[in-house]
Design a protein around this ligand. Structure first.
Ligand SMILES: Nc1ncnc2c1ncn2[C@@H]1O[C@H](COP(=O)(O)OP(=O)(O)OP(=O)(O)O)[C@@H](O)[C@H]1O
Length: 571
């Protein structure tokens, strides 16, 4: 059962402890029932008119054991469930962070979001109910042992009813589980529609046709979800009613039929009936939680499938040659590198290369080319986010591989065309205030924002646990698109990495700042020794580069030094 795997994560001792405590709580209930039955029997038999201190004392002692075990059990199961969820969520995020970028690109964002947040929420929200059901199950087991002691005939009758009931239940449960699986998928689809509406609200407002089409799609998905949910509720209620009916039939058999055919049973009929009535509550709790368990199990399956998928997508990274990748490298070389996107339709695939290219430290290189010519793909290869389909990349003669990829990436700062401006400057080490002010001023942002650098952290006192480090952050991020992009570039510059890779950075800058970028900022960075590779469409400024590499449907040519193109296509 995936839910159990997810929650135990190898800690079987805790489950043993929970079972023992659950046994104490359930057994306690059964013993309490036995004491009450014994006291009632004594009153009926001897007509006592004073307190039976022995039974009363036993009742108080067992009640105390029951109370303490129950409290421990409910608290621990809740904690165990939350721990398990937290562990899996953290693992999923870790795996996501280390997954191969090209495969993550193809992976549905919705599925990631759903599994990481919604599935864990389903399990978490129902944790108390599941804890209650676990305790109820153990109580039923304990009371059944008591019934066995009272009357083996009654025990076997009840077991037979439970066995038949369970078989019918499991059959119905299979259908219900399939129904919940479909419900999960329908919820995913619905979420995708809502996300379309939310993220595309501007486009939706601008087109009534799009708005109507989205509305129709939303309604269809929502109705589909409604139908499946109704079916799921219907099946659930049928299951519950079937369970209850089984018990009423059992009671009727115990009270009306068995005493007629087994006269010796009449002495214990009251006690057995009380026990059956006593179990109805816990059994219905187990029955009701069955549905929840089904939902939690299917949420756990979704989380575990995602976990396995992400593990399978893990990027091969290994310890080893990192130290050989030097900050003061002198060359990055592409050797006959090709890259193709996996595409089920062979007529729509795209292949970049083969590319053989030398990037010398300190170069200022522009990459140009039409839309879809492969510029961003080349950038993703250069930044080692994509791995070449064929050929390889070398840095100072060392071939990039799992051992060196992380160190290689740490040489490169980026602003992609679909960059993300983080709320804080995570992992950028210490930021020099003067340097930050210099760049903010040069980028003409010093009057609207700044960088807030947190004071150094104090060492933890005594037993206090060290707080996580505060990160520097931009004072304001709610700026225009062009201004935000300037912040992203400042953030990349402050990373102080030897290579800067920019994808159409100037696309949304005004003419004044575009000019400043090509004529002032890039030269400033170059004089500081920065190697820059920038994708650009700004033909007015092509002369600002040392080299211009032009892409045409995946083929690269050196435009600056066409003469240096060798017959075999080397650039
Ligand atoms: N994730 C992807 N999966 C499949 N094909 C892709 C993917 N990304 C890009 N492509 C295809 O690869 C080709 C090159 O895309 P790329 O983004 O590298 O072009 P580009 O030169 O950067 O274009 P633009 O100037 O429009 O940004 C295009 O035909 C595109 O359809």
């Amino acid at each position: 059962m995936k839910l159990l795997d997810l929650l135990s994560s190898g800690d079987n001792r805790l489950f043993t402890r929970l079972t023992i405590t659950g046994g104490l709580a359930g057994g306690g209930s059964a013993v309490l029932l036995a004491i009450v039955n014994a006291a009632a029997e004594q009153i009926e038999r001897d007509a006592v008119d004073e307190v039976n201190w022995f039974l009363a004392g036993a009742f108080i002692a067992v009640a105390a054991i029951y109370f303490l075990s129950e409290i421990y059990l409910v608290a621990r199961i809740g904690a165990q469930i939350e721990n398990g969820i937290n562990r899996v969520r953290t693992r999923l995020l870790d795996r996501l962070a280390n997954a191969d970028f090209a495969r993550i690109e193809r992976f549905g964002q919705t599925r990631l979001y759903e599994s990481i947040t919604q599935s864990s929420q389903i399990i978490s929200q129902n944790s108390q109910l599941l804890a209650h059901a676990f305790r109820s199950l153990l109580l039923v087991v304990a009371v059944m042992l008591y019934v066995l002691w009272l009357s083996p005939l009654a025990f076997f009758l009840i077991v037979a009813v439970i066995a038949i009931g369970t078989t019918i239940y499991l059959r119905m449960g299979k259908e219900l589980s399939a129904c919940y699986h479909k419900l999960g998928e329908a919820e995913n689809n619905l979420f995708e529609r809502v996300a379309d509406l939310f993220y595309g609200i501007k486009e939706v407002r601008m087109s009534s046709a799009r708005s109507n089409a989205l509305h129709v799609a939303f309604m269809a998905t929502s109705t589909e979800k409604e139908d499946i949910a109704i079916k799921a509720h219907d099946l659930t209620f049928r299951q519950q009613i079937m369970g209850m009916m089984a018990f009423y039939i059992l009671l009727a058999v115990i009270v009306f039929i068995v005493p007629v055919y087994s006269p010796s049973f009449s002495g214990t009929v009251m006690k057995v009936s009380t026990a059956v009535l006593f179990m109805i509550g816990p059994i219905s709790s187990v029955v009701q939680s069955w549905t929840v368990l089904g939902m939690a199990e299917s949420a756990a399956i979704r989380m575990s499938t995602l976990d396995a998928d992400l593990l399978d997508m893990a990027e091969p990274i290994a310890d080893g040659n990192d130290a050989l990748v030097r900050d003061d490298f002198s060359h990055i070389r592409f050797h006959e590198v090709t890259f193709s996107y996996a595409h089920h339709d062979p007529y729509h695939g795209f292949e970049l290369g083969p590319i053989t290219l030398d990037i010398t430290r300190g170069d200022l290189i522009f990459i140009t080319g039409g839309n879809g010519s492969g510029k961003s793909t080349l950038i993703k290869l250069l930044t080692a986010l994509y791995r070449p389909t064929e050929g390889h990349i070398e840095i100072d003669g060392m071939r990039l591989g799992p051992q060196s990829i992380e160190a290689y990436r740490s040489l490169i700062a980026t602003v992609f065309s679909d960059y993300h401006l983080f709320s804080h400057l995570y992992g950028q080490g210490e930021i020099n205030r003067d340097e930050a002010s210099f760049w903010l001023h040069l980028f003409e942002l010093d009057h609207i924002t700044g960088i807030e650098i947190p004071p150094p952290r104090e060492a933890p006192q005594g037993d206090n646990v060290a707080k996580p480090a505060e990160h520097p952050r931009f004072v304001r991020k709610d700026l225009s698109q062009g201004q935000k992009k300037r912040l992203a570039l400042i953030s990349a510059i402050l990373e102080k990495r030897p290579v800067l890779v920019l994808d159409e950075w100037a696309a949304d800058q005004d003419p004044h700042f575009r000019e400043k970028f090509y004529r002032v900022i890039l030269p400033e960075l170059k004089t500081r020794g920065q190697t820059i590779v920038a994708v650009t469409h700004d033909d007015h400024y092509f002369d600002a580069a040392d080299r211009r590499l032009h892409l045409d449907t995946g083929q690269l040519r050196d435009i600056t030094a066409s003469s240096s193109v060798t017959p075999d296509g080397r650039v």
